[in-house]
Design a protein around this ligand. Structure first.
Ligand SMILES: *Cc1c(COP(=O)(O)O)cnc(C)c1O
Length: 819
């Protein structure tokens, strides 16, 4: 047996790409992989796969190196290995020394909210004078920060990086990696409070980022922050210049908001310098973010003229990558807000996850902000396009045209967005997945508009990041040794089964569960190859079950008998799932039927029991915990009998979402995760940790002022007893807005104000009393999401969140996005 020679530290590598997630591999021979063993995932599992794909440099952790693993990697040829205590720390120290090679101003931003917006706005504002490197999206974690800082090269003249922490002890490492010379402290909120002793400890932990900065910008209106900053800086960085600002009058720099007739102004005063800027935001959070930017621009000697010009041109920051339905049965990935190399890689990764269609089209504009030597940059893009198996590449812009020779023969090029739009009718976009990604100035939203399927104004937005977060939350509850079957029945609880299934497949979920055969067939026909259990197969479906490699749940002796009979005529082997009734009394085999069940299984060797399971009737209810434990006991007894009799041990599972949260020690071999994935939980911990996945939105179609004595809607149910402003919104009971929400029972959010319904809900519309809101035609209406929540809607009409989720009508478009 070969033995491995581990290389000494520090790491010396010529790799261009740092890889921490095997799924994002793009240039194997130029990548170094850091295998990270986390609570949910273990990077060491993917080393062989990466080796086979051509990766040759690996950093591995001592605690993940079993003898079997070491023997395996000893067979790898021409590889370099480093063995370390902690791969994340090692990654950080590699990037720290990279950072130390560059002597440029670096802005470090931290705080609870606003980090990403301030970073993106600064990038837009300072772009006039600097060549900027910045964190992609909100890459601000222990891994995200080093990956961001690694991008610095000799052409950059300014860095902007954000740092986020969730626990004590993390910031010191991020400080070393970023080593900011300029600090911005945005503000402090309540996120992650549970990990910190108190607010001051949290502020102090964040302030560690500013240990070595030369200037620090913050808002002094929060007295706690102000005091903490002054004490900390006096003790640890007394030479730092504090540029604190305030909306009041007792600070060095004062801002005052002034509402004009049709415009908002911001008055700035700093030691005799006065200036009035026109601004284009009127919510306090945005203005606060803007003030940080203005103070910094003045510090960097931008003239008022330049500041004003920059603010006028600020574009909204959308980090979102949206997945939409396109024309001719295509899918559209809309990333039309920015275009840089890091963002392109992320978007292509996302495209790779979408297996709905084989034809992949990329529409890309010139990269404006990047500074790399142009030829190299376009070569790299072409290589990425090639690596990701893109079928058709479309480049838009002058730089694209002059670098056309680097792209495949069939690539198309256009000088401007408009000339491309004129040619859309000549290009075949059918049955493809199209990535649209361009720098702001190219106005690619016009392309998105031309290629997207026109939507009914009511949409259900699905946050794919929140879905992943929720999946990981439950994964961390059950650990590595228990599998997850994700329930995607009922159109994935209304969220859209195909897109959700693709995400689950990408996340390497073990099993999917659907209610009916057709749901399983649909997933198979659209690129899903995970094992799928069908809970309610009909006898007439068996043919399809086998054809599409689905696995039936058999819940009665009759079903077992009919499936055995069907299988007698088949050549292969079929996997089935046996459902036991332990007290729910819905579907399932009862204890007195076990003998007959076992006889059938023994006499049909071409049927394999993949799992034995049962369903809890009241896993969410404390008062029935005794009953739940009885169910579990009966289940174990029955499952033991079956396993003993058939001579092998199928997987066992009994927990649903509430079960996972409340009885995690009964996790067995697998759990069946349903509603929790979609953001609905039970315990106090669930409620704080789970993120909102779905937001149901519509629009105001019309607004009217009504006088006392008039009435609203069918049956004249909505009585007007004082002057009232009424808005008609484009959602009704046919879209899932239940009739029971009518006559003031339900409310919707309009411009930040909860407004009650008035009168009966109609089939396609509802009327809302908007007297208290500033409501106009075309305004957005939130039916549910972060506020109001699904829980509150369920309570209003005396039902459960499941029903609110699954009621959202088929005709409501689903829009999927990533932050
Ligand atoms: C729907 C379903 C689940 C998931 O239940 P949740 O409460 O949504 O987690 C689990 N098991 C079976 C048999 C189901 O039908």
């Amino acid at each position: 047996m070969n033995s491995i020679k581990f290389l000494p530290l520090p790491i010396s590598t010529s790799a261009k790409y740092l890889l921490t997630d095997s799924r994002t591999l793009a240039f194997p021979s130029e990548s170094i992989f850091f295998a990270i063993k986390g609570t949910r995932n273990d990077g060491h599992q993917y080393i062989q796969e990466l080796y086979l794909k051509g990766v040759r440099e690996f950093v591995i952790e001592y605690n993940a190196c079993s003898e079997v693993f070491l023997n395996l990697i000893a067979t790898f040829e021409n590889c370099k290995f480093w063995q370390v205590e902690n791969a994340i720390l090692c990654l950080q120290s590699l990037v720290t020394s990279h950072r130390n090679n560059y002597d440029i101003p670096v802005i470090g931003i931290t705080g609870s909210n606003g980090k990403t917006i301030v970073k993106e706005w600064l990038a837009q504002l300072l772009n006039q004078k600097y060549i900027i490197v910045k964190s992609p999206k909100s890459y601000n974690s222990q891994i995200g920060v080093p990956l961001s800082v690694w991008q610095i090269n000799k052409t950059h003249t300014l860095g902007i990086f954000e740092a986020g922490i969730s626990q004590p002890g993390e910031m010191q490492y991020l400080e070393k990696v970023i080593r900011p010379t300029i600090g911005i402290f945005t503000n402090i909120g309540t996120a992650h409070d549970q990990f910190f002793e108190n607010k001051i400890t949290k502020i102090n932990e964040k302030l560690l980022l500013f240990k070595n900065v030369e200037i620090l910008i913050y808002c002094s209106d929060n007295l706690e922050i102000d005091r903490a900053v002054k004490i900390y800086m006096a003790n640890h960085n007394p030479n730092c210049q504090l540029l604190e600002w305030s909306f009041g009058s007792n600070s060095k720099i004062c801002f005052k908001i002034e509402n004009g007739l049709n415009a908002v102004f911001l008055n700035y005063t700093f030691s005799g310098d006065n200036f009035q800027l026109q601004i284009y935001h009127n919510d306090l959070a945005s203005i606060e973010n803007l003030c940080h930017c203005i103070v910094l621009m003045k510090y960097l000697n931008f003239s008022w003229n330049e500041v004003q010009k920059g603010i006028k041109l600020l574009k909204p920051v959308s980090m979102r990558l949206e997945l939409k339905n396109g024309i001719n049965n295509s899918y559209l990935i809309d990333d039309s807000y920015n275009n840089d190399m890091a963002g392109l890689k992320l978007a292509l990764d996302f495209m790779l996850q979408q297996k709905q269609h084989k034809i992949k089209i990329v529409i890309l504009s010139d990269l404006l902000q990047s500074s790399d030597i142009e030829v190299e940059l376009y070569k790299e893009i072409a290589a990425l396009i090639d690596f990701n198996g893109v079928t058709l590449f479309i480049g838009i812009g002058r730089k694209m045209i002059s670098n056309a020779d680097k792209f495949p023969q069939n690539a198309l090029f256009f000088a401007t967005t408009d000339t491309f739009i004129d040619s859309i009718k000549n290009i075949n976009f059918a049955n493809s997945i199209i990535l649209v990604k361009g720098a702001r100035t190219f106005s690619f939203e016009k392309i998105v508009n031309a290629l997207q399927l026109k939507t009914h104004e009511t949409v259900l937005e699905i946050n794919l990041d929140a879905l992943t977060h929720n999946l990981n939350y439950f994964k961390s509850k059950i650990g590595n040794s228990t599998r997850i079957m994700a329930m995607v029945k009922a159109f994935a609880y209304g969220a859209g089964n195909l897109e959700v299934a693709h995400l689950l497949q990408f996340q390497k979920t073990d099993y999917l569960g659907v209610a009916y055969t057709d749901e399983g067939v649909y997933l198979r026909e659209n690129g899903i190859n995970l094992p799928i259990m069908v809970m309610n197969p009909n006898v007439s479906d068996y043919e399809k079950i086998i054809e599409f490699s689905l696995e039936p749940e058999l819940y009665s002796l009759n079903k077992i008998a009919s499936f055995c009979a069907f299988m007698e005529g088949q050549s292969g082997i079929a996997k089935i799932h046996v459902k036991l009734d332990t007290g729910m009394h819905r579907l399932g085999i009862q204890i007195f039927e076990l003998e007959l069940l076992i006889n059938s299984l023994l006499s049909n060797p071409n049927i394999i029991v993949a799992s034995i399971f049962s369903h809890l009737a009241a896993s969410e209810a404390t008062q029935f915990d005794h009953f739940t434990l009885q169910q579990i006991e009966l289940f174990n007894e029955m499952a033991n009998k079956i396993s003993t009799a058939i001579g092998y041990s199928p997987l066992r599972h009994i927990l649903n979402t509430a079960g996972i949260s409340r009885f995690s020690d009964q996790k067995m071999d697998m759990v069946r995760l349903g509603v929790g994935l979609y953001g609905v939980g039970n315990t106090a911990e669930d409620l704080t940790e789970l993120q909102t996945v779905g937001t149901l939105k519509t629009q105001i179609s019309q607004v009217k002022l009504l006088e006392k004595g008039e009435s609203v809607g069918y049956g004249r149910k909505g009585n007007i007893d004082k002057p009232t402003k009424v808005a008609t919104i484009a959602i009704g009971y046919a879209d899932g807005y239940d009739r029971r929400f009518g006559n003031g029972t339900g409310n919707v959010l309009i411009n930040g104000v909860l407004c009650p319904t008035i009168g009966n809900i109609c089939m396609d519309m509802a009327m809302i009393d908007v007297t208290k809101a500033n409501a106009n035609e075309g305004d957005e209406v939130i039916v549910f999401g972060k506020n109001p929540t699904i829980y509150s809607l369920a309570k209003q009409i005396n039902t459960i969140p499941y029903e609110i989720l699954t009621n959202v009508g088929e005709r409501v478009k689903r829009v999927f996005f990533k932050e």
